[in-house]
Design a protein around this ligand. Structure first.
Ligand code: GTP
Ligand code: MG
Ligand code: ZN
Length: 295
């Protein structure tokens, strides 16, 4: 049996890369019966069925560390959350949700403020201040002029990295520049094409340094209902140094008496924007949980 990394999936066919070679593989029938599908990023055990044509048959998938639905990829180590301040307009709510989604999947995230050429310096500084204590490294780039892209070589040099963020923020432009390819469609054209086809079916890992990059085309939505309300409050690094002082052990930092987090917000020690969006996200995920349970 051979072992390799699934680097590409197109309509039921999987490219599996071994140390020396690449094989086009089909999954064994039993997977389909179980409703199980291999994903890009999976470590696959496969049998070679045709040596000269390099074809194979996937027999087994190693246990995954995590798996995402969009993009459909497994064993993700890092997410790069790409956004811009102008064009498209800053969407802090989406940024916060993507940080939370990453944490929920045990994925480390990096914030990339792209289109720095279009941003006003004061606004840029404010945004960096807002996120300085969120626990994510911040990289400011201008993908169009390939400015500051070498920063990525230090933070995503290995493992599997997913680029996510608002549509039009420049994910594909960044990826093309980093991988020195034109693998990804960019611009309005890409969005027109993506709308027309089922993008959830197709996925590809692009080699970058010792690791791989995956694009998420046209990301604009994320459902807070997928987050567990009780888990969210522990995903804000900003709250860490205050929450042990809250009067109640199970304080949610929403409106409780004696909440040290709320006090820190009032004293400008925690960005008010991060906290007010936290309250919204917490309530939305609580509502969603109620709807799921039916009470
Ligand atoms: N001025 C400027 N334009 C940029 C920059 N990065 C990307 N663009 C442009 O912004 C547009 C959108 O870039 P894409 O790379 O397609 O954005 P995307 O995030 O992949 O968008 P979706 O695939 O829809 O999610 C393109 O016209 C790019 O040329 C940048 O740093 N500065
Ligand atoms: Mg794109
Ligand atoms: Zn509290």
């Amino acid at each position: 049996m051979e072992i390799g990394l699934v680097t590409k999936s197109v309509s039921g066919q999987y490219t599996v890369k071994t140390e020396k070679d690449e094989y086009i593989c089909k999954p064994r029938g039993l997977f389909r019966k179980d409703g199980f599908k291999p994903l890009c990023g999976d470590i696959a055990e496969f049998e070679i069925t045709d040596v000269s044509d390099k074809e194979g048959y996937i027999q087994k998938i190693k246990e995954r560390k995590n798996s995402l639905i969009r993009p459909p990829v497994a064993n993700v180590d890092t997410s790069v959350i790409v956004f811009s301040i102008n064009n498209p307009k800053l969407d802090e709510f989406l940024i916060d949700l993507l940080i939370l989604a990453s944490r929920a999947h045990k994925i480390q995230s990096i914030l990339c403020i792209n289109k720095s050429d279009l941003a006003d310096d004061d606004k840029l500084r404010l945004v960096m201040k807002e996120y300085e204590k969120c626990g994510c490294e911040i990289i400011v780039t201008d993908a169009l002029h390939e400015d500051n892209l070498d920063r990525f070589s230090k933070v995503i040099s290995s493992g599997i990295t997913v680029f996510a963020g608002q549509s039009g923020a420049g994910k594909s432009t960044l990826i093309n520049a980093l991988t020195k390819t034109k693998s990804m469609q960019t611009g309005i054209l890409s969005r027109k094409i993506e709308r027309g086809k089922n993008t959830t079916r197709h996925c590809q890992l692009l080699p970058y340094m010792e690791g791989y990059i995956v694009d998420t085309p046209g990301f604009s939505k994320f459902d807070p209902g997928l987050l567990e309300p009780e888990a969210i409050k522990d995903m804000y690094n900003e709250f860490d140094e205050y929450k042990s002082v809250c009067k109640f052990n199970d304080c949610k930092h929403i409106n409780e008496k004696g909440c040290a987090v709320i006090k820190a917000v009032e004293e400008n020690l925690i960005p008010i924007g991060r906290h007010s969006r936290y309250k919204m996200i917490y309530n939305m995920s609580k509502e969603a949980l109620k709807n799921r349970r039916g009470y």
